[in-house]
Design a protein around this ligand. Structure first.
Ligand SMILES: Cc1cc2nc3c(=O)[nH]c(=O)nc-3n(C[C@H](O)[C@H](O)[C@H](O)COP(=O)(O)OP(=O)(O)OC[C@H]3O[C@@H](n4cnc5c(N)ncnc54)[C@H](O)[C@@H]3O)c2cc1C
Length: 498
């Protein structure tokens, strides 16, 4: 009998497993796939390591918020990272013009002033808001005892684009400030300021790329859980949460082979919609299910994993965001322009990377709707029409890349592609959605999910609690585990990581 059974070894499941086993709980993490990590999974082709859902992270300078989480989770030194260029960690290309995002608040403002010399006031307001939200998050993790300054719903209820428009009336600067929105695939009408600010602020503080793939995080966490007395099992698909006879508590989870695993408490790291599909209990109300099932999902992506010919294309230590048109809101541009009208491209880093890149990773938006005809297919069994679809899309994307990087095709040794179906089947995100539930500032509460459920011993964790991304999911894991260990108790532990 386990103290806590965790379903899913995505980042959220593994972080909860680490945290609770460190506190002496007997935990078990169950993963349906052969590989741990969910969106953290990396894969290797022709000696190149590719990430499926993890490209860069922020706030990793010593003492910054993600660094403190990494210290707590014993990941420092176990996961290789490379700092992106201080003066340009993201290079933004909008309708023919380029803009550099520089690291550090002052550096960011002075770099932007080179393009927008009259916008000092607006840029200061922009950054001051980031500082305000950052401070609210710090008090959330116990850095400050200022009760007045606790993070509140107000940042979830404020619209990111309205905020950007309030700091500048210059439409190009508005686009530049929203340009990294593929990091959350927002819409100008819905995205809360919280989502925009937490992610962008973290990267402005310091921006880092994984070396040899983000899958190292999953491996390191699983190793730690085992050394702390916990268990991690792969190839263990949970097909049912089993309620007790009186329908008051979950008593076990059932695997495909019929095996039942009993526990006192359960955490689901799988999408809430998928979680409730495998629970049959009167405790879960219809109105709740209706709300959860109706939350819109964020966009999915089409990805290209490109192996390069040796010494043909230079490594660059930043990410490249390309927009053909002066409208950068991912979900907005879908219906407006010919696909693809933009992409994010970067050269992954490996331990061997020198002047030249070994590979390139390109991501562009794609709706699950485009894949509807292959809805009932599984990996490697989708037929020739699917292969043709992927080739056609890859060639369209390469055409666009060629415009900015002439001759790019000649550097390619081989490329591989993935679609929303790949994400659906490998990483188990709902309909291949990249970041799970879309947050909507117009009805913030409706798009938020609590870690508590109506079943007293069943909790949720992962990117649909709080926020997606390494930082968002780490905060979410703390929110979930606080239910077991007490809020003050665990935030004090994090607070000691300095
Ligand atoms: C293309 C892409 C790019 C991204 N880029 C970045 C980035 O640069 N920086 C960043 O910080 N974040 C990035 N993210 C977001 C980040 O990867 C995710 O927010 C985070 O990893 C999600 O973690 P999670 O805990 O919600 O679990 P998930 O990754 O969703 O994992 C859930 C796990 O549960 C398992 N599972 C599902 N059903 C069952 C079952 N029935 N039984 C057992 N196991 C089950 C799945 O196989 C999976 O392993 C990106 C995501 C994507 C998709």
């Amino acid at each position: 009998m386990y103290d806590i059974v965790i379903v899913g070894s995505g980042l959220g499941g593994l972080l909860c497993g680490y945290l609770l086993s460190k506190e002496g709980k007997k935990v078990l993490v169950l993963e349906k796939n052969h590989q741990l990590g969910g969106c953290l999974q990396s894969f290797t082709r022709q000696n190149c390591v590719f990430d499926t859902g993890m490209h860069y992270v922020g706030s990793m300078n010593e003492g910054q918020i993600l660094w403190r989480f990494f210290k707590y989770f014993d990941l420092l030194g176990k996961v290789k990272l490379r700092k992106l260029d201080e003066d340009v960690f993201d290079l933004i290309h909008i309708a023919g013009d380029e803009y550099k995002y520089a690291q550090g608040y002052d550096n960011f403002i002075s770099t932007m002033l080179q393009y927008f010399p009259d916008e000092e006031n607006g840029l200061n307001k922009y950054i001051n808001k980031f500082k305000e939200i950052r401070s609210a998050i710090s008090s959330f993790i116990g850095e400050s005892d200022d009760e007045q300054n606790m993070p509140t719903m107000k940042y979830f209820e404020e619209n990111a684009f309205d905020f950007i428009k309030s700091v500048t009336s210059n439409p190009r600067l508005q686009d530049v400030l929203a340009a990294t929105n593929p990091l959350y695939f927002g819409t100008s009408e819905k995205t809360p300021l919280y989502v925009h600010a937490v992610i962008n602020n973290s990267l402005l503080e310091s921006a880092w790329r994984f070396v040899d793939g983000g899958g190292q995080i999953a491996d390191a966490l699983a190793q730690s859980i085992k050394s702390q007395g916990g268990d991690v099992r792969k190839n263990a698909n949970v097909n049912r949460f089993v309620m007790n006879n009186s329908d008051t508590l979950v008593e076990a989870v059932e695997l495909d082979n019929g095996e039942r695993i009993f526990g006192h408490q359960f955490i689901s790291n799988i999408h809430p919609v998928k979680t409730f599909e495998i629970i049959d209990s009167k405790l879960i109300r219809k109105a709740y299910l209706k709300r959860i099932n109706n939350i819109e999902q964020t966009m999915s992506v089409f990805s290209m994993y490109i192996v390069l010919k040796e010494n043909s294309f230079k490594y660059f230590n930043y990410n490249y965001y390309h927009f053909e048109n002066p409208n950068v809101w991912g979900a907005d541009i879908y219906s407006k322009y010919k696909w693809p009208s933009g992409y994010m491209l970067y050269t992954p880093a490996s331990s061997n990377t020198g002047t030249y890149a070994e590979s390139v990773n390109v991501i562009t938006y794609m709706s699950y709707e485009e894949l509807k005809q292959w809805d009932n297919t599984t990996i490697e069994k989708r037929g020739q029409s699917y292969k043709d679809f992927k080739t056609q899309k890859a060639e369209l994307l390469l055409d666009l890349i060629e415009k900015r990087f002439p001759g790019f095709r000649t550097h390619i040794k081989k490329y591989y592609t993935s679609t929303p179906l790949t994400y659906r089947d490998y990483t188990s995100t709902l309909n291949g959605s990249v970041y799970g539930n879309m947050r909507d500032c117009n009805n913030a509460l409706k798009t938020m999910v609590s870690p508590k459920t109506r079943i007293p011993n069943l909790y949720l964790t992962g990117q649909n609690i709080n926020l997606h991304g390494v930082l968002g999911v780490s905060m979410g894991a703390f929110i979930t585990c606080a239910q077991f260990l007490g809020t003050r108790y665990i935030y004090d532990k994090l607070n000691n990581m300095k």
